[in-house]
Design a protein around this ligand. Structure first.
Ligand SMILES: [Zn+2]
Length: 310
């Protein structure tokens, strides 16, 4: 028996139930999340939003076949006005957020219970959630977008599936903030989706049974509890068997996640070279410019001449 929980977390299990009529994902993150967060010094409410957006990003990207980069990005007018989560096809995740410190302090002061985690949409405010898939030059950029409406982040994501994809989908996200001696965050999500009728696996069920079984499958999915999903002693396979043992469960594969940043000196130099001379001059200190990666906080130092030469 594994004694450490890392074998059961930082992974996505893909599965089919009911003879391939529905597909699903179960994602549980802990170490990868804590590494992402350790790159920043975000206040607790911002870390919570990053954690929830990371698991949603991992989930949405796991539904797509791509070779490149998936990005989930929010733009909004709330206390946290931007969140970016990148997931590469090889499972490297990185994330960052932009927020208004003053407004966050005011917001926290107004809250009655300080330890409680505020729902993500409250902190994001009005705006949108977009995701893109970039598979490199000479390929088409795939983009999805939805208004940030709903009480929870899951509700926002479900609106996307309803409006844009029009495929019956259900999902549930879980978040666990550090408490007591535990310094670690964990997040998880489970998702079910009807297979499109014009593709995917062939099912032996007729349309009527597919509709009927869908409601039942959703109820099983919804029955997953926070205690179960964050129980490190339970493998994802065991959890799925608990939920769907009567639904002809077929776990097709598991994918692992780790932290990874794709920044480099060269990339930052290219970005800086697009700035105007006045902007560059405003950044120069002792003839040097220091640029910090938003995702991993790595610092890169350039000579002014090096940038102007580009
Ligand atoms: Zn970086």
């Amino acid at each position: 028996m594994p004694t450490k929980n890392d074998t059961n977390f930082d992974s996505c299990a893909s599965f089919f139930i009911d003879n391939g009529a529905y597909q699903g994902r179960l994602i549980r993150l802990n170490d990868v999340l804590n590494t992402i967060l350790s790159k920043h010094r975000y206040p607790r409410p911002v870390s919570a939003v990053i954690a929830e957006c990371s698991v949603l990003g991992a989930m949405l990207s796991s539904m797509l076949k791509y070779d490149g980069l998936f990005t989930l990005q929010t733009q909004s007018n709330g206390v946290i006005n931007m969140v970016v989560v990148d997931v590469t096809s090889s499972g490297k995740i990185r994330a960052c957020a932009r927020y208004d410190e003053k407004r966050l302090e005011q917001n926290q002061a107004l809250r009655k219970t300080s330890g409680e985690i505020e729902p993500t949409p409250h902190l994001l405010g009005g705006g949108h959630l977009a995701f893109t898939v970039d598979q490199g030059p000479s390929t088409q950029l795939y983009q999805g977008i939805v208004d940030l409406q709903g009480k929870t982040l899951s509700e926002c994501a479900l609106r996307y599936f309803k409006q844009s994809e029009q495929i019956d989908t259900d999902l549930k996200l879980f978040l666990k903030a550090p408490e007591g001696d535990s310094q670690s965050w964990a997040a998880a999500g489970i998702m079910l989706q009807k297979m499109p009728s014009d593709g995917g696996k062939k099912t032996s069920l007729d349309e009527e049974s597919i509709a009927e079984n869908w409601n039942q499958a959703k109820i099983f999915m919804e029955s997953l509890t926070e205690d179960e999903v964050f129980n490190a002693a339970l493998s994802s396979e065991e959890l799925l068997h608990r939920l769907f043992h009567a639904n002809n469960l077929n776990i097709s594969n598991t994918k692992n996640y780790s932290f990874g940043c794709r920044c480099s000196r060269e990339k930052l130099l290219n970005t800086l070279s697009t700035f105007s001379e006045a902007d560059i001059n405003a950044m120069v200190e002792n003839n040097k410019i220091t640029a910090t990666c938003n995702f991993c906080s790595e610092k890169y130092v350039f000579d002014k001449g090096e940038i102007m030469k580009q």
